[in-house]
Design a protein around this ligand. Sequence first.
Ligand code: C2E
Ligand code: MG
Ligand code: MG
Ligand code: MG
Length: 276
Amino acid sequence: KHKGRDLVHIYSDTDKDSEKLRDTIEWIHELQQAIANDNIVLHFQPVMKIKDYSFAYFEALVRLNINGELVYPNSFIPALERAEDIKLLDHQVVAKSISMLAEYPDLKRIAINLSAHAFSDEKLSPLISQKIQQYQVDPKRIIFELTESASLTNLSATMRMIKELNQLGCGFSIDDFGTGFSTFSYLKQLPAKSVKIDGSFVQDMKSDPIDVALVRAIKDIAQSLGKVSVAEFVEDRETLEMLAEIGVDYAQGYYIAKPQPIETALKLKCLPKPKT
Ligand code: C2E
Ligand code: MG
Ligand code: MG
Ligand code: MG
């Protein structure tokens, strides 16, 4: 109406934009509710050292408990990433993960995912160091995971943040490697100890020789830069064996264990080592 009488407005992209905006506003509200009611839940998935089948660390994966139902990150992370409000989620996850490290000594090390906005969040590293102090946690027990595309949006801010986290004693890993705009200079510049090969390459290794070649190539690059490689989405024994043959260092996926509440995650048994 504000555009004048007798006009027909054709809705197109702007329509989708307003839909996205509404989605984001709704999820910000859900997030605030979840924070207020202590309904931020962390599940833990082990990452296995392929050489000896031991669990090296657990990845913390966030869920929102909304009216008793667990909602997974794919539903809300994209909407929240469009707003700065995802920083609230990062703060919650960081605080909760570090308190759980203190509460559960058996949780030897954990990986914490950070959003793209985290790396321009000046409040984040002070919060991390404060929580480490408060709970008297060894910072070596913490690895931060950052998705490749996230770090590229602001490489200098990302570098600064990683250096701060490294100074605290925390580790750092590049997540979902191969899906963003991977560049070699980027791999060269980021002081990450490990590279997580994106699950989309790992999932189909059995049937797709191109994926096998890519996994091998990423592992070789990581190795020549002195970084360890981790494969996610390992869903069967055959894939695990292929990864062992290629020389990938760590594996994570449903074949080894699904993400689950801390109580059951800590009781998980390692897979039996194959006799060779
Ligand atoms: P990601 O960091 O790459 O985490 C791996 C995702 O793959 C998890 O999904 C996990 O449950 C799933 N997964 C593990 N093994 C397998 C498998 O064998 N097959 C298949 N198909 N999937 C597997 P989830 O928990 O839904 O998390 C999705 C993404 O959301 C994560 O991807 C991460 O980028 C983000 N995320 C999770 N937790 C947090 C968090 O606390 N903060 C932030 N900022 N992002 C988070
Ligand atoms: Mg991750
Ligand atoms: Mg990952
Ligand atoms: Mg992934």
